[in-house]
Design a protein around this ligand. Structure first.
Ligand SMILES: Cc1ncc(COP(=O)(O)O)c(C=O)c1O
Length: 401
């Protein structure tokens, strides 16, 4: 027997790495706590407080003894209904409450999906750059994550041809995220329809992560895959949540809208793994989905303004190429032109080293592209106070001058 207890960890977790995005924000917070003036561009969360009417609904829920008890593991019936109604109103999706499973955030909802769908050896196509948790979650379920690289030149919008080239007899599912984290890319409805038709023809499952559905800018419109490609609907799972739209990352409410058998399997899983999501949070999510949307519109307008300000500044830096994102709240500039340069007295060879150098010299935290399966880039969130954002970008420009 080994004397090192860490050697006893299961194979499943032994090779897993910590979420890079959470690690960067934790590092920034740690430096701040130590008195350093660090500006964080790492976090994927709105800088706004949760709208007041949602907070008040939660306060009322706290005071209701009926909510001090367990509720159905897969979610409160009224919240499931609200999820269905909100999806119908915003995207046109027709679904039943029995298709909904309420989970502890979109992240947990995705975890459920992979656990309930994948067997060892099943491959999942994940267009890259991708959100950092998808491959880890697929691997944790015994599946094989297959990255499908996309480029800045194609606007990071994956094509049917690229997906088809990556497909093998082992492919069981694809993850489709539009608007995208980290690139901010938003697929056009006809592109989404084509991907949905292709998936249906190939008999593949689609995991459509729609968590940024309300954060699209300019003339670009959001479209839901099972709506524009109804033939894909029998094997499509829509993943969503309140975190990004309603500035509710800490409340931990997300959900899936899935074919009924899968929804039932995920609820059963939750009945053993977590039981219900906190009732107070579910009531808050109910208030969010059924209440006024003007605060959401105001937050979106603010992000929209910031995306221009930040893109202009980043793109003006020699060695940085920064496209204007169309959705979510991230910029994803290429920093290839900076690699090999000396920054703060050290030569940076990778985007990870660049982020380390910027944290040390400019006191600015950004997430390296390595975390998203696309090195040579950095992810810059613009969900932070505008003055802070501009100060931070000035510091980056100075450090790179
Ligand atoms: C693409 C994407 N999906 C899902 C999530 C999960 O969000 P949450 O678990 O906070 O609901 C995130 C959060 O960063 C995300 O960016």
């Amino acid at each position: 027997m080994s004397t090192d207890p860490s050697a006893d960890l299961s194979q499943r977790v032994a090779t897993m790495s910590e979420s890079a995005t959470l690690a960067v924000s934790a590092k920034a917070k740690e430096l701040r706590a130590a008195g350093e003036d660090v500006i964080g561009f790492g976090a994927g969360e709105p800088d706004f407080p949760t709208p007041q009417h949602i907070v008040e609904a939660a306060q009322a829920a706290c005071a209701d003894p009926a909510l001090h008890r367990y509720s159905p593991a897969g979610g409160m019936p009224e919240l499931k209904q609200a999820v269905v109604d909100a999806a119908a109103a915003h995207t046109g999706l027709q679904a039943e409450p029995a298709q909904v499973t309420i989970a502890n955030g979109g992240k947990h909802a995705l975890y459920n999906v992979f656990q309930a769908l994948l067997d060892p050896g099943d491959a999942v196509l994940i267009p890259a750059p991708y959100w950092t948790s998808y491959p880890e979650q697929v691997a944790l379920a015994g599946g094989e994550p297959i990255a499908v690289p996309t480029t800045l030149e194609q606007g990071y919008r994956v094509t049917v041809e690229q997906l088809e080239a990556a497909r093998t007899p082992h492919t069981k599912a694809i993850v489709f995220t539009s608007p995208n984290n980290p690139t901010g890319a938003v697929h056009r409805p006809e592109e989404i329809a084509a991907i949905g038709r292709w998936a249906a023809d190939a008999g593949l499952w689609v995991i459509a992560d729609e968590i940024y559905e309300h954060l699209v800018y300019g003339d670009v419109a959001f479209a839901s895959l099972p709506v524009v490609a109804p033939e894909a609907a029998p094997r499509t799972v829509v993943v969503n949540g309140v975190a990004k739209t309603f500035a509710m990352t800490g409340w931990r409410v997300g959900w899936t809208i899935a074919p009924t058998a899968l929804a039932k399997a995920m609820s059963t899983m939750q009945s053993h793994a977590t039981s219900n999501v906190a009732n107070v949070s579910q009531k808050a999510a109910l208030a969010a989905l059924t209440g006024p949307m003007d605060e959401v519109a105001r937050m979106r307008e603010t992000y929209d303004r910031r995306r221009f300000l930040a893109q202009e500044r980043l793109d003006a830096i020699d060695g940085v190429t920064c496209p204007l994102p169309e959705g979510a709240f991230y910029l994803y500039p290429s920093v290839e032109g900076l690699l090999g340069r000396s920054i703060g007295g050290r030569t940076v060879r990778t985007s990870a080293e660049l982020c380390e150098a910027l944290l040390e010299t400019a006191k600015v935290a950004m997430v390296p592209g390595e975390a998203f399966g696309a090195p040579g880039h950095v992810r810059v969130s613009y969900a932070l106070d505008e003055h802070q954002m501009l100060t931070g970008l000035d510091r980056v420009a100075q450090a790179l001058a």
